[in-house]
Design a protein. Structure first.
Lengths: 140, 485
């Protein structure tokens, strides 16, 4: 059986303009899911993983795992570094340790990224249900 | 159709105050001068994700309820709680935050704002080192060297560069917009030439040698405003910079301390630091010393990476050192539109800017102990009130899990991840669009938020909802004290 390629990377989280705009359109909007449940990977690292853009990948850290869609980094190279926009998908895997100063470690986290062709990207509603076992069954 | 001018934008900490809105039949139909985020907010505030009725969780389901019942239930939860958390505050008005602090004192809870997961470490470093800072107006008119460190304003504060720094037309410093356009055109032409050479080289054999690479005159030596970007990846802002330093993740501290050494004319006997050749750092250090007025804007790249408040400590110390040689200022790039206001109001009323614990009857401040993420990780709280924030989406999962386990109250204009798992949800009027208030810009200049359109029927401002909750809490406590007596 062929072994799934895996990469040991550093996970960065942060802002993108698309994340900022889609947040204003509503966190349950399709735009938010399309722009936030994503992971930007260096072109060379995408080749190493043997995948193309818009393929689902599993990002795992010592604090959790989440499936997001992979995209090629739009500017410059950053081998061994992946970038996930701020949001519930990134926060499923970041390090909660505050080093006793109140701030969790949200950037520069050791992570593993691997193709996850058979696993779906959960919507925000599904992610919240999976993580917390609660949902809004009613309306707004 | 009416045009409302000089509206303050309630999106990011840059608080642009030149927005023009066209209002037709009580709705905003056009936005002028706003960035993409501003337009998205002003034109979509009445979207399908808008909350319109108070909700309460019954048998595992969120169902509609009356405002009176929601307030009663909220007050009961807060009064019955031993250690409630009150969190959010950075996307609402100072007036609402003021009532929130009063409520936290009344119920003996822990009150914290979003600084705790953005510039909290900056606050700690500022308390240690001090901060030589200025207003954004001074930057616009006088700064000739701009540094963005661990910050991507093109994405997070889209008009910051245009209004206050490199592309702003100041009284004494001119906009670099035209030179940026020239640079962009030159780069596009260079790419075309390189591509043509590659094509020719591929067609003709033997191989044609590509032209020898010439060392270009460093952009840092150019005249006019200079823009330096330090970041772990090539961001949109890095694309427009005169000089971009790509620092290795988690090595900002080393880079900052090296610059401090270079500015103090010390020898650095290594080839590179944090992935950057020391020769490049020497050029940057020289540009820093030789500027007339430099400003370092720093973002979460410093506060969230390894070192956290120590990174900011090093940045503040660098600017302090630079002030021995020239004039230099430093400013955190605040994210939410009123996070500076939340810090300010907390400080007025409690003496501390965030992470304030009233459980002993008086305010205590010890981030790491009295900060919300730590309290959640230790599993100490037994109820929470969230105002204008979405911690279920924004906190690390482990911290959010404890929040969701206990009674949770949310006041927010829109349905978000936190309201999904909440027990009581209050819809509120959007401050800055449907309600008035005060917000503080990232340079601590207070600006008035305007009411441009009327809120949907029955929706109150955050301030009014909090006032009613506070009144109800006091009423219940008085009744219970009377019964106990």
């Amino acid at each position: 059986m062929q072994k799934t390629p895996k990469l040991f990377v550093t996970l960065l989280t942060g802002r993108t303009i698309e994340q900022g705009v889609s947040r204003e359109l509503g966190k349950f909007s399709e735009e938010y899911l399309d722009n936030v449940a994503v992971c930007f990977i260096d072109a060379e690292d995408l080749r190493k993983l043997g995948i193309k853009e818009k393929t689902n990948v599993l990002v795992s850290t010592g604090h959790g795992a989440v499936v997001v869609r992979a995209f090629k980094s739009p500017r410059g190279s950053h081998h061994g570094v992946i970038y996930v926009p701020y949001g519930p998908w990134a926060n499923a895997v970041v390090d909660p340790d505050t080093d006793s100063i109140g701030m969790p470690s949200l950037k520069g986290i050791p992570a593993i990224v691997e193709p996850a062709l058979d696993k779906p990207v959960l919507s925000l509603k599904e992610l919240v249900r999976e993580q917390f076992g609660k949902e809004n069954n009613g309306g707004c | 159709m009416a045009v409302v001018k000089h509206v303050v934008c309630p999106v990011c900490g840059a608080l642009c105050d030149d927005i023009e809105l066209t209002v037709e039949n009580g709705k905003i139909v056009d936005v002028k001068n706003g960035c993409a985020m501003s337009e998205a907010k002003f034109l979509n505030y009445a979207c399908e994700h808008r909350l319109l009725k108070p909700l309460i969780r019954k048998d595992g389901k969120l169902v509609q309820t009356s405002l009176k019942q929601a307030i009663r239930r909220t007050a009961e939860i807060l009064v019955d709680s031993n250690f409630p958390l009150l969190y959010g505050w950075s996307s609402t008005s100072c007036e609402a935050t003021g009532v929130g602090v009063e409520l936290a004192e009344e119920v003996g809870g822990l009150i914290d704002n979003t600084s705790t997961i953005c510039h909290g470490p900056s606050v700690l470093a500022i308390q240690d080192v001090g901060i030589p800072t200025c207003t954004l107006g001074q930057v616009r008119h006088r700064a000739d060297l701009i540094i963005y460190w661990g910050s991507d304003p093109w994405s997070a504060h889209p008009r910051h560069i245009e209004r206050y720094t490199s592309f702003a037309e100041g009284r004494f410093e001119k906009s670099e917009w035209k030179s940026y356009l020239v640079k962009t055109k030159a780069l596009a032409a260079k790419k075309k030439v390189e591509s043509a050479i590659r094509r020719v080289a591929a067609e003709q054999k033997p191989h044609i040698a590509s032209p020898a690479k010439k060392e270009l005159c460093p952009a840092i030596l150019k005249k006019g405003r200079k823009l330096v970007v330090v970041d772990v990846r090539r961001t949109r802002t890095a694309e427009i910079a005169d000089y971009f330093l790509q620092v290795k993740p988690n090595e900002d501290y080393e880079l900052l301390q090296t610059l401090r050494a270079l500015i103090q004319d010390q020898e650095v006997d290594v080839e590179e630091v944090a992935g950057i050749p020391v020769s490049q750092l020497e050029e940057i250090a020289e540009a820093m010393i030789n500027c007339s007025f430099g400003v370092l804007f720093f973002g979460l790249g410093l506060t969230m990476s390894r070192g956290k408040h120590r990174n900011v400590d090093a940045a503040l110390s660098l600017v302090r050192d630079l002030n021995m040689r020239t004039k230099f200022a430093i400013m955190p790039m605040r994210g939410h539109f009123n996070v500076s206001g939340a810090d300010t109001v907390f400080t007025w009323q409690t003496g501390y800017p965030y992470a304030v614990d009233f459980s002993r009857g008086y305010p205590r401040y010890n981030p790491g102990e009295t900060s919300i993420v730590d309290a959640l990780l230790r599993g100490e709280s037994d109820a929470s009130l969230i105002v204008a924030s979405d911690p279920i989406a924004n906190f690390p999962r482990k911290a959010a899990e404890h929040l969701a386990k206990n009674p949770l109250i949310v006041i927010d204009p829109l349905m978000n991840a936190t309201s999904q798992v909440a027990d009581v949800v209050f819809p509120s009027a959007l401050v800055g669009i449907e309600a008035e208030g005060t917000a503080y810009r990232m340079d601590h200049v207070p600006l008035p938020l305007r009411k441009v359109v009327a809120p949907p029927k029955g929706l109150l401002s955050d301030e009014e909802i909090l006032k009613r909750i506070l009144r109800e809490v006091r009423k219940i406590r008085k009744t219970r004290q009377a019964e106990a007596a």
